[in-house]
Design a protein around this ligand. Structure first.
Ligand SMILES: Cc1ncc(COP(=O)(O)O)c(C=O)c1O
Length: 444
């Protein structure tokens, strides 16, 4: 069965498994909706980057982009494998530290860092601030001076390259709010080099996300190389080059994704001999296909030209379809022929040792219970499901849980990290009381 994603998500006897565990067992034990990740898939994705980068003689560091999935267990796993982190807020810094991450391997990106966030990162001793504007440069110098520190900086340069991805996740065009135009970068570097509380260490660039063609990345690097030469001529040598994240994943079975080597090898070749350490900030590629969202069908409602499969997950759990019209492959967890012999888990259908009988395939939209027409997980799918069945929304490890909300007062899903035969609960399901715990009424 051609599933997009990791080989650690697979059908065994027509029942979808994550590593050695059948998803109906996880649903029975932990409930739905449920985010399920594979430890082996996460580790393999990071190891692939690290192994390709070994061919770069001047050193490298993979800084996982925390925003993509910021669960402490995932940060801890990557930290133990030697990863650094790319953060975009003080909250993400606290998460990295709480997970045992090394602050000396943290880069701080983002257009709107507050003084408090800059100060916290200076106190923690991070590796580098990816500065996005002249105003931020001055602010960072002032905050560092007040604390008696020197801030390591790189400028995030905007190379004006079209990443040919969804406009909401394209960041390297000149119309974008991110980065400093290439033409203005040398003057700003000269300014930075004169500021007493800054130490210029690198150049940074991130052009967008979900790129299935690595050529825009290669083009962006070609545009940065003359800047490095200009800076060297002006006596501002660089120690590192941070090429951001953005490598895409396969969401649809018919898509192909470039290998990490396809993406990185030409860049390593271009940078060779310049004495630059290479930093990368991948996110989606490390976690996207290492996770899925498990959901149960509440009911099937006939519509005029298709059925509505109403499930217990919604746009508050996974907003990507509503926000970017993103595609997630949706599959039945127990196929029609399955003989599921685990604990009674697939409430409506799977009975111990009995063939599962399901309705025939129909055209349907998979929708959640939220009061928005944009609340869909997938449209125009062909599925054979009935109330009580389980569905798996694949490739949901990236920008899933981390973009979730409590809209419609819906408690957020639990998260499980599967390691072989062992499910680890890495975030308990929220209760409704959790949702209003921070609120209070005014006096009568
Ligand atoms: C500065 C920065 N670095 C890294 C990333 C991670 O990107 P991706 O998940 O596409 O690898 C992002 C996300 O857009 C980002 O804004």
């Amino acid at each position: 069965m051609n599933l997009p994603g990791s080989p650690h998500f697979h059908y065994r006897d027509d029942v979808l498994h994550v590593e050695g565990l059948a998803l109906p067992e996880l649903a029975a034990r932990f409930g739905t909706p449920l985010y399920v990740y594979s430890r082996t898939a996460l580790a393999a994705a990071l190891a692939e980057f690290q192994s390709v980068l070994q061919s770069h003689p001047d050193g490298s560091l993979v800084c996982y982009s925390v925003k993509v999935n910021s669960n402490l267990a995932i940060l801890d796993l990557f930290a133990r494998m030697g990863a650094g982190f790319d953060i975009v807020s003080g909250g993400e810094l606290e998460r990295v530290l709480a997970a045992g991450g090394d602050p000396g391997k943290v880069v701080f990106s983002g257009v709107g860092k507050t003084e408090a966030e800059l100060a916290a990162a200076l106190q923690a001793g991070i590796l580098c601030f990816n500065v996005e504007s002249a105003a931020e440069l001055e602010r960072l110098d002032r905050v560092a001076g007040q604390l008696g520190k020197v801030a390591p900086v790189s400028l995030r340069v905007n190379p004006d390259v079209d990443p040919k991805t969804h406009p909401y996740i394209a960041t390297g065009l000149k119309s974008s709010k991110f980065g400093i135009p290439l033409a203005g970068a040398p003057a700003l570097y000269e300014r930075a080099a004169r500021l007493a509380h800054l130490r210029v260490t690198g150049v940074d660039c991130h052009i967008g996300s979900q790129l299935l063609d690595p050529r825009p990345h290669h083009e962006a690097l070609e545009r940065l190389l003359p800047l490095l030469e200009t800076l060297a001529e002006r006596g501002i040598p660089m120690r590192h080059l941070d090429l951001g994240g953005g490598l895409g994943i396969r969401y649809r079975p018919e898509e192909t994704e470039p290998t990490v080597a396809d993406y990185l090898a030409p860049m390593i070749a271009s940078v060779r001999g310049r004495g630059l350490k290479l930093l990368l900030e991948p996110g989606r590629r490390l976690v996207g296909n290492a996770g899925l969202l498990l959901t149960r069908v509440e009911s099937v409602k006939p519509g005029c030209d298709r059925n509505f499969v109403i499930v217990d997950a919604a746009m508050n759990d996974l907003i990507r379809p509503a926000l970017y019209e993103a595609w997630h492959e949706i599959r039945e967890v127990v196929l029609r022929t399955a003989m599921f012999s685990g604990q009674s888990a697939d409430r409506g259908a799977a009975v111990r040792g009995t063939a599962v009988h399901k309705t025939s395939e129909t055209l349907c939209d998979v929708v959640g219970p939220v009061c928005e027409s944009g609340d869909f997980l997938g449209r125009a799918r062909t599925l054979a499901v009935t109330g009580g069945d389980l569905l798996a929304v694949l490739s949901a490890g990236a920008y899933g849980m981390s973009m979730s909300s409590n809209y419609n007062s819906r408690p957020r899903a639990a998260e499980i990290l599967v390691d072989g035969q062992t499910p680890h609960l890495i975030r308990r399901r929220e209760t409704t009381a959790d949702l209003y715990a921070l609120e209070s009424r005014i006096p009568a």
